[in-house]
Design a protein around this ligand. Structure first.
Ligand SMILES: Cc1cc2nc3c(=O)[nH]c(=O)nc-3n(C[C@H](O)[C@H](O)[C@H](O)COP(=O)(O)OP(=O)(O)OC[C@H]3O[C@@H](n4cnc5c(N)ncnc54)[C@H](O)[C@@H]3O)c2cc1C
Length: 341
């Protein structure tokens, strides 16, 4: 890894897999033990397919600007040290909703005015007169719309657009998804002998375990468990442990307890547990992803937009940013159309 300083930078601007980038600059062991579990893990991705430019463009930018990651990181550190201090404590590394992510949806619903229809699946989209569109809903009812923003998984957007814009549906279909799940387990703190310092553990793919990572949820967010108790969250599925997605609840719990026993020495039965499975919910940013997204956007009919996790960032803050940008584009186009009309 120390030789990284002397490895010439790639400057052709082409995408590459995360695995190729890390192997090229830092070596195979750094990929296996650090980058793959941490950087591919966040995306539930396979490092051998994951697009560097779509997921960690900053690393390529550091390489391009400083010729080496090490030099780039040292420069960033120096810049931080010499920047004027704001005086306030730095914000927490992690933020969440006090009562869970549903709060975000509830807040949006409470603020949206107009003809809001919840739990109303869209089945098809067709052209109407005057540049507008007709949406057909699952219950057979129809809506007329001047602009349409599809914030669904990309494979759903592909289905809705197939008849209207097959050239957009094809690259939408090409975005792969994987399924993942979590098991949250509550314990008496005294039943866990591990200090639960740090925030959890990630597991290299090469260990071939049936789970991918464990978060100390109550260390990360103290309000998630009362004093004297601890909450752990185990992640499974994706491309690392797809076999765990197929387990029924009892078998999954037994597997997870076996893993916690072997990795953390937890023998006690959890006070309670909750299992969540997210089927086809994790879009995969394979190498070339940004080109695919550009092809989708170029093929969309005027007045139709796609936004959300399949495109330019999977984090909730990325989704919010993309949604705001898409809404601004849609409004600007409608204003332009009105002025021209
Ligand atoms: C287990 C897990 C943990 C995660 N942890 C974090 C984290 O800690 N931090 C973070 O930032 N991100 C996290 N993420 C990622 C983040 O939650 C997602 O990327 C993000 O919520 C996706 O938002 P979205 O709006 O693109 O998609 P979704 O929230 O999936 O929304 C798509 C919507 O489309 C609707 N829909 C589907 N079909 C139709 C149809 N035919 N007609 C109309 N509507 C339809 C669905 O009902 C759904 O509401 C996590 C994801 C998972 C699965």
């Amino acid at each position: 890894m120390a030789l990284e300083l002397f490895i010439p930078p790639k400057r052709d601007g082409q995408d590459e897999t995360l695995a190729d980038f890390v192997r090229r600059r830092l070596g195979a062991e750094a990929l296996d033990k650090i980058a793959e579990p941490l950087m591919a893990g966040i995306y539930n991705a396979e490092a051998e397919r994951q697009s560097l430019l779509a997921t960690f463009p900053r690393f390529r930018a550091l390489e391009a600007k400083h010729g080496s990651l090490t030099r780039g990181m040292l420069a960033a550190q120096r810049a931080r040290a010499s920047a004027p201090q704001a005086g306030n404590a730095p914000p927490s590394l992690f933020m969440s909703f006090a009562r869970g992510a549903q709060e975000l949806v509830d807040a949006l619903v409470s603020r949206l005015a107009g003809d809001l229809r919840l739990n109303a699946g869209v089945e098809a989209l067709a052209r109407a007169d005057g540049g507008a569109y007709t949406l057909t809903l699952e219950d057979g009812s129809r809506l007329r719309a001047d602009a349409v923003v599809l914030a669904t998984p990309s494979y759903v957007a592909a289905g809705v657009l197939r008849a209207l814009a097959p050239e957009a549906a094809a690259p939408l279909d090409a975005i792969r998804y994987v399924s993942t799940g979590t098991v949250s387990l509550a314990y008496r703190r005294a039943d866990i002998h591990h200090p639960l310092d740090g925030f959890g553990l990630v597991i290299p793919r090469s260990e071939r375990r049936p789970v991918n990572a464990v978060t100390w949820t109550s260390t990360k967010f103290s309000h998630r468990a009362p004093a004297g108790y601890a909450l752990l969250r185990v992640f499974f599925g994706g491309s690392r442990s797809p076999q765990s997605m197929a387990l029924d609840d009892a078998a999954l719990l037994a597997t997870v307890r076996g893993e916690l026993r072997s990795m953390l020495g937890i023998d006690a039965a959890p006070l309670f547990h909750r299992i969540y499975r997210w089927q086809q919910a994790n879009p995969q940013y394979d190498v070339g992803h940004l080109d695919r997204v550009a092809a989708i956007e170029a093929a969309l009919p005027a007045g139709v937009y796609v936004t959300g996790s399949p495109y330019r960032g999977i984090g909730i803050s990325d989704c919010v940013r993309q949604a705001q940008e898409t809404a601004q584009q849609a409004v600007a186009a409608l204003v332009k159309q009105t002025i021209q009309g």
